[in-house]
Design a protein around this ligand. Structure first.
Ligand code: SF4
Ligand code: SF4
Length: 94
């Protein structure tokens, strides 16, 4: 059964707190100023990040905690939901 909305928000906040993007070489001062992060859920960084250096997502506990399949460069390539959708469309083209 789905969790109540308040419990889902609390669970997401707890996962957000585990994000290690701010330690990543790809993360920028601009992203820090706008308090960006948690890109696996919020989607790619608008304005602040357009250059991939290295990604710490594979070392982050969030993908394993939340069942994410894609584990890298969410800030430049889109969040998990978008990437699964793109992948499903690509599969239909075959
Ligand atoms: S997987 Fe990446 S974007 Fe998601 S919380 Fe972890 S470090 Fe942040
Ligand atoms: S999503 Fe990955 S590449 Fe982007 S800032 Fe977070 S850890 Fe770094």
């Amino acid at each position: 059964m789905q969790m109540p909305l308040a419990a889902r928000i609390d669970a997401l906040k707890a996962e957000r707190a585990k994000c290690i993007c701010m330690n990543c070489p790809t993360y920028t001062k601009c992203a820090e100023n706008f308090d960006q992060g948690f890109f696996c859920f919020t989607g790619m960084s608008i304005i602040c990040i357009d250059h991939e250096v290295e990604c710490l997502c594979p070392k982050c506990p969030v993908p394993q905690d939340t069942g994410l399949k894609h584990t890298a460069f969410y800030c430049t390539r889109g969040n998990e939901k978008e990437r699964r959708y793109d992948q499903s469309l690509a599969g239909k083209e075959k």
